[in-house]
Design a protein around this ligand. Structure first.
Ligand code: G3H
Ligand code: ZN
Length: 289
């Protein structure tokens, strides 16, 4: 089995991106894993602090480990948007392959100082763990917002990206390049899309030469996602689109037969609904028809 770093190096060489999909429950894990098997590509399961609290940090790690071992499949586990060292350490000890240490809300000097310390402690638990750092404002919340600032976003500059990477020693950088977490209703209806600053991604890649993650992937125009991967994005995060599909599938499963109470007869509809979204995103990220 390739390490997470090797998988990213291969994606970089092939100019494709690894899909990162957030999960809160086993229905979502099942959907993400089945889609990755269908498309025959590596995949990253992500869980933020809230998602880990609900699933259980060690319990999710055990589920992903069991899938990796039983199916000999390149499935990796990321501790997404982790705001405290304590919860980052808990994930590292549980066996997560990477941590997004997200102090982007703090002044950059403090972000640098605390990210450096976190890297030191996390790598002493697992030297192979990859640490992602974040700078700039890409909003919060993988949900349906009243509004998202996509008109004049504050973008990460190549100079601040380079300074942050050099000062911290992070393995992966999450920049602000026009992306934003969550969707607005017009995106859910498919009437509007998020657009990315491809030029800025290319400049940041050239300035830093580290792996780059695109957060807030839901609702982004397909063409922009493809171009962002050509410009240097290695990982794309999708969450809100999955949550919408999960809810629709669940409602459909419940509506089918009013008196049905057997979970394994209701939930497969939610699995297929999410799986369809993951399948189409994985094909796009891997440049498949
Ligand atoms: O870390 C999670 C993501 O960045 C997901 O963003 O909900 O807009 O897809 P999204
Ligand atoms: Zn994110």
């Amino acid at each position: 089995m390739k390490t997470f770093r090797e998988i990213l190096q291969k994606a970089e060489a092939d100019r494709v991106a690894i899909g990162h999909f957030n999960v809160s429950d086993f229905t979502l894990v099942k959907a993400v894993f089945s889609a990755a098997q269908e498309v025959k590509v590596p995949v990253i399961i992500g869980a933020s602090e809230g998602e880990r609290k609900f699933f259980g940090t060690r319990q999710l790690a055990a589920v992903v480990k069991s899938l990796r071992e039983e199916f000999d499949w390149p499935i990796y586990l990321n501790a997404d948007h982790t705001h405290s060292l304590e919860s980052a350490l808990e994930a590292a000890k549980a066996g997560f392959d990477s941590v997004v240490f997200d102090l982007s809300a703090l002044p950059v000097e403090e972000n640098i100082r605390r990210t450096r310390k976190a890297i030191e402690e996390l790598k002493s638990i697992n030297p192979a763990i990859l640490i992602e750092g974040e700078i700039g404002d890409i909003g919060t919340g993988s949900e349906i917002h009243k509004q998202i600032n996509t008109h004049d976003p504050i973008l990460t500059t190549p100079a601040e990206a380079r300074q942050f990477v050099e000062a911290t020693g992070i393995d992966v950088l999450a920049p602000a390049v026009g992306n934003a977490h969550g969707m607005v209703q017009s995106m859910v209806e498919g009437e509007t899309k998020k657009h990315l600053r491809i030029d800025r991604i290319r400049e940041i890649k050239a300035a830093t030469e580290v792996f780059l993650t695109l957060h807030g992937g839901s609702g982004t125009a397909d063409a922009d996602l493809k171009q962002s991967i050509d410009a240097g994005i290695n990982i794309v995060h999708i969450n809100t689109e999955l949550r919408i599909a999960w809810r629709r599938g669940l409602e459909e499963g419940l509506a089918k037969e009013k008196s049905e109470v057997v979970p394994y007869k209701i939930l497969p509809v939610a699995v297929s609904s999410v799986q369809e979204v993951v399948r189409s995103r994985l094909k796009l990220f891997n440049k498949m028809p």
